[in-house]
Design a protein around this ligand. Sequence first.
Ligand SMILES: NC(=O)c1ccc[n+]([C@@H]2O[C@H](COP(=O)([O-])OP(=O)(O)OC[C@H]3O[C@@H](n4cnc5c(N)ncnc54)[C@H](O)[C@@H]3O)[C@@H](O)[C@H]2O)c1
Length: 328
Amino acid sequence: MKNKILIVGGQGYIGQVLLPFFADKKYLVTSLDNLIYNQKKKKLDKKLKSNLVDLDFRKRNLIFNLIKNNDIIIFLAGLVGDPITKKYPVLSKKINRFGIINFIKILKKFNEKHFIFISTCSNYGIIKKNLKANENHKLFPLSRYANDKVQIEKYIQKNLFKTKNFSTILRFATAFGYSERMRYDLTVNEFVKTLFFKKKLEVYDQDTFRPYCHVKDFANIILKVIKSKKSKVNNQIFNCGDNRHNYSKLSIAKKISKYFKNPKIEYRDLPSQDRRNYQVNFNKLNKILNYKCKFNLDFGIKEIIYYLKKNKDHKNKKLGNYKVNILK
Ligand SMILES: NC(=O)c1ccc[n+]([C@@H]2O[C@H](COP(=O)([O-])OP(=O)(O)OC[C@H]3O[C@@H](n4cnc5c(N)ncnc54)[C@H](O)[C@@H]3O)[C@@H](O)[C@H]2O)c1
């Protein structure tokens, strides 16, 4: 049985949800992460089998053995999001482009490993109104972040899809929901936090659409991918999210505002620098992997409110991808 999982970026927002999820399911999980945000490390119950390795995935000589000793590699690590990659352009290129390519070069030597690369629906950029992008839709990355993801996808398609390697690309929708490594720089999480602390919420680009997905659904989807027959998932790209969860920012703000008394919301007409506007089609996930998301926006909103009530100190904390502590 393939039961050893290496989670690269295991101490990130999504990683800290995946670690206990797979450990609870009796996988032996290893997290590889350099804690680039100085984030608090998630430790697992001693009863669960896990290794937590504080390491930069660019340390080539050390990652060889980590790859060798695992069956499945879930790759999440990198500088994530448009603002942080814009803020650190040189570092971003070193990690998100060259670092990942070098990692894949090492991984390529082990064609029995299942490599699951986490990409993003941001790759679609802008698409026509009333159209939902499926996996074959033209990619139109608008940021450094998405552009590097597209380049890595191409590299994987050229170097792993056409060989004996076993790999899958998952394009995630924008995440929301609770993680111990919280990111309040993500739309839903940010809107809930702002209104919870009675601050004014400024909404830009209210009519732009994007798909959203709860972090727990991502965990379920990866489990499905791991458990599927190789013929179903090898050399495949899947959009990960739900057709019902394509939302405009306006509809998200309205939904969230219902949970608060007298919410202060200002809709700004000024266009922001984020031009993304796309809706995504998730039929392939539904049909091939037989998966439909279980957690909707209301579930996520209530969950974050519950969590904020217990963590009022988050009011003045900048939790998210704002400042790195490693510059090389
Ligand atoms: N969060 C979302 O909305 C979203 C949406 C689509 C796709 N994704 C993808 O999911 C993945 C995880 O996103 P996230 O929200 O958990 O981001 P995150 O920033 O919380 O996690 C990234 C992790 O990578 C680690 N890391 C960065 N550089 C590293 C290096 N050189 N070596 C080792 N570790 C390193 C960081 O310390 C961090 O723990 C990313 O690949 C992202 O592109 C996320």
